[in-house]
Each structure stands twice: as C-alpha cells, then as structure tokens.
Design a protein around this ligand. Structure first.
Ligand SMILES: [Zn+2]
Length: 119
C-alpha cells in the first residue's frame, strides 16, 4: 500500500490483525496543512472500524527508512480497541523489527472502562 508522504518522504505502512482473522492495512498520508495528516496506524484502525472490526490481536508497523513506533495519539487510539497485552511489532523496511506490548508503550492509557462504558 503506497503512502502519501510528499513532505517527509517517510513511508509508513500498518497492518492490524483482527480477532476474526481479517487484516486491515493503513498508510500515512500527509497534507499541506501538516496537522491534517494521519498516521498509518490510525488509518488502519479506521479501515477496520468501517468494516466492522472492533477487537484486534496484533499490529505491525513498518517505516521505509527507520523503525516506526506508533506515536502517542495512535497508541491511545489502539488502546480504545485493544488490551494492554496486544503485541505491537515495529520495524524498518529491510532492517528487522522489535516487539513490545501496547501496555509497555502506553502504560496508563485511557480506556472506555475508565469512563464507565463497556464496549
Ligand atoms: Zn501516530
């Protein structure tokens, strides 16, 4: 999946594995108004949600030239749908990968339960 990154030239792809076995891809896409862009991880989550997936088993994120760990906003978006034990696999194209859990990367993320909602 090609990213749209004419400004940074840093391509990122993400793939979410849903509990039902489906996979959902996302890419970063930038905008001339920089803050209007979105990360590959949130693009993948949006792709999944629009297709009815709400629970996930893992996410892999790959950057074109450097390891692409999810940013804080993406970690919080993932925490909405994923438990703290979910593996987050981050790598750089052709340079290997590392694995952490969502809870390691975002130990105190806000959850629906924190707001009294059981989704
Ligand atoms: Zn992000």
């Amino acid at each position: 999946m090609p990213a749209y990154c004419p400004y940074s030239k840093f391509q990122v792809g993400a793939c979410l594995l849903a509990e039902d076995g489906r996979t959902f891809k996302g890419c970063n896409f930038e905008n001339a108004s920089y803050s209007a862009g979105i990360c590959a991880e949130r693009c993948a989550v949006a792709n999944a949600v629009v297709n009815g997936a709400r629970r996930f088993k893992a996410i892999a994120v790959v950057g074109s030239t450097a390891v692409a760990w999810p940013c804080g906003i993406c970690l919080q978006v993932l925490r909405e749908f994923c438990g703290p034990d979910m593996p987050v696999i981050a790598g750089a194209f052709g340079k290997g990968y590392r694995v952490r859990t969502l809870g390691e990367l975002l130990p105190e993320g806000l959850t629906p339960e924190d707001l009294g909602v059981n989704v």
